[in-house]
Unconditional design. Structure first.
Length: 172
């Protein structure tokens, strides 16, 4: 019916956040979606979730201003924000919401697990998880870079997870 921490009462869509319940704005990112919900939204709009490689290439083609205007924990907003005015091209690649990709969290080619506990720790998380990119309004700015891979099980909804739509150029 609605993402986690959100509700629809008649025509009013409300979200619960750190400061309590408020009416959602039309220009803010949808938050707290599972992988399944993000994928369903993408399909509804005739799009799909990007692969993590597509997300990274798109991110690296976005303006530096997109990173400089990102809404991270350090901003003190403690909620998703609308896109910064005046930024051209792709916006909000960083901050506001972790963006689901359709890529499973598996090792890159050539990866070899370290010996001992560290290798065991990393290896056990490389199953039944999907990659998220970009950080959220709850992520410290120095924690995120274009190559940072976050990961969660597909049904995770609590960690400021959202959606970015992708389309093939032939379908755009």
């Amino acid at each position: 019916e609605a993402p986690l921490y959100a509700s629809l009462d008649g025509d009013t869509y409300s979200v619960f956040e750190l400061n309590g319940t408020r009416e959602a704005r039309n220009d803010e990112p949808v938050m707290h979606l599972s992988f399944y919900e993000a994928d369903a939204i993408a399909n509804y709009f005739g799009a799909r979730l990007p692969t993590e490689a597509e997300w990274e290439v798109a991110c690296n083609s976005a303006s530096r201003e997109s990173l400089n205007t990102a809404n991270f924990l350090d901003s003190g907003n403690f909620k998703p924000c609308r896109a910064a005015p005046g930024v051209t091209g792709l916006r909000q690649m960083f901050g506001d919401a972790w963006e689901w990709t359709r890529s499973s969290y598996s090792p890159y080619p050539g990866y070899a697990a370290s010996a001992g506990a560290i290798g065991e720790y990393n290896g056990k998380f490389m199953a039944n998880q999907y990659v998220l990119r970009g950080g959220s309004y709850l992520t410290p700015a120095n924690h995120v870079r274009s190559t940072y891979r976050n990961f969660w099980p597909a049904d995770t909804r609590f960690q400021a997870t959202g959606v970015r739509l992708a389309r093939n150029l032939s379908n755009a």
